[in-house]
Design a protein around this ligand. Structure first.
Ligand code: NDP
Ligand code: GDR
Length: 344
């Protein structure tokens, strides 16, 4: 039985990955941060699984990581733990570097000292590219230009993963994943914020959705499709780095229109800049407003990935279109106010 070790298991991706690996027959070990409230909503349904084991742990604590890895001796490590919010990284830049950058080298260094070296997956990101329009669509060959403390911290993590692969012959891979979403997406990321608000507005529970930059373009996919490629990357003959994306890009504004449309609400845009509003064409009520507090000190304008290498080498392709993804998220949000576990 193969053993996997996951950081970030209480997050969106970690929870789907843990389910995926348990279904494949893995013994799954994962760290959970101590908190004054419960943070295990996304994994409560697998907590009692006989092959699922959790430990208190933190990427800021080397001794904890060394001890656990020496004890567990995993075959595969998936480093998904991170302060993952781009806007928040401008407010807690040092902490973001501590966890996202230094946390990665703590893990890699612990691996280097193990007798039997586990394979290593690093959760790299399209934020490495910084969204320079001239470089789109972005592939593994596109130059990096991170535009946030988060992106810069992940750049360090990307390069130490490559460096430890080359220096110590580790099987270590970067998955350069573009945005991926689901009913489990954190509620302060734009897609979940939109689908949740659209569902609540359609039910009369909320009046207005307040957003920042509507013109940013993102390449959005479904998280459940994306975790499979993390595993695929660790099953190849040679370690490598891969872009994982849908290959399509849309504005935040378009995402808003489609989310409301899926609830039979059409939006008419009026005004410009911070005065722009989205009006429900049936009721003439304002349902979208701009709040400058959601603008970032630096914006990533255009992310659009080219997943050709993943298709060719891993045989991976996204299965879920953006409209299907919106439907999955909106249906869930109509049923539950916060993440409630069951998506079936
Ligand atoms: P989430 O924000 O949903 O989950 C982050 C996870 O990291 C949580 O389990 C969180 O724990 C944990 N974590 C935070 N700080 C620490 C720490 N100090 N020590 C250990 N664990 C910690 O992120 P996603 O699931 O969306 O993303 C997973 C990974 O993939 C992240 O590294 C993210 O940066 C990266 N990524 C995500 C993309 C996306 O579109 N979702 C795209 C590209 C990369 P807690 O629950 O206690 O907060
Ligand atoms: P991103 O995702 O920054 O791409 O990082 P997010 O959903 O936060 O923002 C996407 C775009 O939407 C714009 N936006 C808003 N964003 C948020 N959060 N809230 C708003 O109200 C709002 N209004 C407009 C943003 O300016 C941005 O342009 C995600 C994270 O999962 C990272 O961890 C991951 O690495 C990248 O995706 C790929």
């Amino acid at each position: 039985m193969k053993k996997a070790f996951i950081t970030g298991v209480t997050g969106q991706d970690g929870s789907y990955l843990a389910e995926f690996l348990l279904e494949k027959g893995y013994e799954v070990h994962a760290i959970v941060r101590r908190s004054s409230v419960f943070t295990t909503q996304r994994i409560d349904h697998i907590m009692e699984h006989p092959q699922f084991n959790t430990y208190h742990g933190d990427l800021s604590d080397s001794s904890n990581l060394h001890t656990l890895l020496a004890k567990i001796q995993p075959d595969e490590i998936y480093n998904l733990g991170a302060q993952s919010h781009v806007a928040v990284s401008f407010e807690v830049p040092e902490y973001t570097a501590e966890v996202d950058a230094v946390g990665t080298i703590r893990l890699l260094d612990a691996i280097k000292d193990l007798g039997q070296k586990p394979r290593f997956y690093q959760a790299s990101t399209s934020e490495l590219f910084g969204g320079i329009p001239e470089t789109a669509p972005q592939s593994e060959l596109t130059p990096f230009y991170p535009k946030s403390p988060y992106g810069a911290a992940k750049l360090y993590a990307y390069w130490v993963t490559v460096n430890y692969r080359e220096s110590y012959d580790l099987y270590a891979c970067n998955g350069i994943l573009f945005n991926h979403e689901s009913p489990r997406r954190g509620e302060t990321f734009v897609t979940k914020k939109i689908t949740k608000a659209a569902a609540r507005i359609s039910q009369g529970k909320q009046k207005v959705l307040k957003l920042g930059n509507l013109d940013a373009k993102r390449d959005w996919g479904y998280a459940k499709d994306y975790v499979e490629c993390m595993w695929l990357m660790l099953q190849q003959d040679q370690p490598d780095d891969y872009v994982i994306a849908s290959g399509e890009t849309y504005t935040v504004r378009q995402f808003v229109e489609w989310a409301f449309e899926s609830l039979d609400i059409q939006i008419r845009w009026e005004g410009h800049g911070v005065n722009e509003i989205g009006v429900n064409t049936k009721t003439n009520e304002v349902c979208v407003e701009i709040d400058p507090k959601y603008f970032r000190p630096a914006e990533v304008d255009l992310l659009w990935g080219n997943p050709a290498k993943a298709k060719e080498k891993l045989g991976w392709e996204p299965k879920t279109s953006i409209k299907e993804l919106i439907d999955i998220m909106v249906k869930y949000d109509l049923k539950y106010d916060t993440y409630g576990g069951s998506e079936e």
